[in-house]
Design a binder for this molecule. Structure first.
Ligand code: NAP
Length: 252
């Protein structure tokens, strides 16, 4: 899959940034999507280029259809789309469902679910052999929260990630004969800034003693799983949801 274009939504920070760097090092042209933090996106692109790779930063809010269309059109100008890492995702403050505003619920669903669907739709329109494409791979980012439910924190986010699990299975079957594999990685507690963005910067420290491995995962450890699912080495793997959670939330 070298010499191909891969879009990484939310590729500017955390898991997406690690994934972008690894895909760039493998020779892919990486579209590093971001929502607002231009400096972070430029930083990742600069690192990929400094290592001899190809990358472009592209600002687009994946919850907006016009932005998503623009993102994919810009990617078309760089070459043939071969992959999408549906990584951009957000949490919000820890509260109960009976305290949630419509505005919050809508934002959480629009970015985590609708955004992932819009991007998957555009990727399928380009990569499916049914549409004249040459095949490709989609990797979605789920969360262990979809199994745990995240009570008293963000049940809305957990439910959104449940939708991602289901979308992964359904879309994988829908396009299995069209040259596209669709899988998900389901991280546990990973040491990124997402926890601070939800108002809990100490969340990783507080939780780590409760984790089976007594430590959080790193962005690179999640990215390694994503890169494997993007590669031809996982050629018979589709509709799979791979837990990268250090043993957290694994059901019997
Ligand atoms: P992060 O460090 O907070 O980074 C989030 C990235 O998404 C940033 O690049 C951000 O761009 C981008 N983004 C946010 N809203 C966006 C939007 N509307 N449109 C486009 N891009 C947007 O997050 P992370 O921890 O790496 O998480 C990555 C994925 O893994 C998410 O789907 C998350 O739900 C999932 N996950 C994370 C954990 C964990 O413990 N970290 C656990 C389970 C699942 P800007 O900086 O420009 O806003």
């Amino acid at each position: 899959m070298s010499d191909s274009v891969i879009i990484v939504t939310g590729g500017s920070r955390g898991i997406g940034a690690s994934t972008s760097r690894k895909l760039g090092a493998l020779g892919h042209t990486v579209v590093v999507n971001y929502a607002g933090n231009e400096a972070a996106a430029s930083g990742v692109v600069g690192e990929i280029r400094a290592a001899g790779g190809k990358a472009e930063a592209l600002k687009a809010d994946i919850s907006r259809e016009d932005d998503v269309l623009r993102l994919f059109q810009a990617a078309d100008d760089l070459g043939t789309l071969k992959g999408l890492v549906n990584n951009a995702g957000v949490v919000d403050q820890s509260i109960r469902v009976d305290e949630m505003s419509l505005e919050r619920m809508t934002r959480i669903m629009n970015i985590n679910v609708i955004g992932a669907f819009l991007c998957a739709r555009e990727a399928v329109r380009r990569m499916s052999t049914k549409h004249g494409g040459h095949g490709g791979v989609i990797v979605n980012l789920g969360s262990a929260a979809s199994k745990l439910g995240a009570p008293d924190m963000y049940v809305d986010y957990a439910a959104a990630k449940g939708a991602i699990d289901t979308m992964t299975v359904g879309l994988a079957k829908e396009v299995a004969l069209e040259g596209i594999r669709v899988n998900a990685v389901r991280p546990g507690i990973i040491d990124t800034e997402i926890h601070a963005s939800g108002g809990a910067p100490d969340r990783v420290d507080h939780l780590k003693s409760q984790l089976p491995m007594k430590r959080p995962g790193t962005s690179d450890e999640v990215a390694d799983a994503i890169v494997w699912l993007m590669s031809d080495q996982s050629g018979y793997t589709t509709g799979a949801i791979l837990d990268v959670s250090g043993g957290r939330a694994i059901l019997p």
